[in-house]
Design a protein around this ligand. Sequence first.
Ligand SMILES: O=C(O)CCC(=O)C(=O)O
Ligand SMILES: [Fe+2]
Length: 226
Amino acid sequence: MFVIPRTSASASEQARRRFLADGYAPLRGLLSPRGQADLREEAARLEKVARRRDFAMTCMDASPRHMTTLGGQVIAQESRIIPEAYADEGLRALLSALTGDEITGVPDQVERHVLNILHRRGDTHGAHTDDYPYALVLFLEAPGAPDDGGLLEYVPRAASLRDLDAPSVRAVHHRPGDAYLLRSDTTAHRVTPLARTGVRRTVVNFAYTTPYATRRPTPSARELYA
Ligand SMILES: O=C(O)CCC(=O)C(=O)O
Ligand SMILES: [Fe+2]
């Protein structure tokens, strides 16, 4: 499924530096063509049991959620390949090399691996930080052009979610098959609304932690995925 460098030590120094400085590192080419195809097929199958969500998330400054989601607890029951990919040892070694941290799976079934689908005009995954320190996001579908929306906006080491409204916010367009790693507990982030009908953005998000992470989970994952 993944194209992992032969040893974790060979994780690109450039990606590591970028991640530590910026809280974000693009990982283009991480998903093999076969892995992409398998995950895309799996996501299409899982979408049938996913749930539409339209609400404002109180614990995240009432930022909007307009999307279809499926939580990790259902994915664990319905999918073999997503839990397998999540547990992939080569992948975890790569993430350890990039972060300089010991990477472990999160105990929470709901949050561990989730499916997020934006598929209607205006669909958006509003401003938030995650409960766990690291997020690996795999793109199965994405709008073709930045003007179509679905951009990741982020601010590393944010003091508040309002930092996302500053002109200095970073905005990144991703293509199908792309992936990125985010320092997701301290980086404020959101996905900009889809600008038109007929475009889709589907990601699988893997959450990871470390043995010594102490942050207490917020209600956010339950509101979006339970
Ligand atoms: O879709 C994305 O790029 C971000 C997903 C995300 O922030 C999340 O699932 O917590
Ligand atoms: Fe997130």
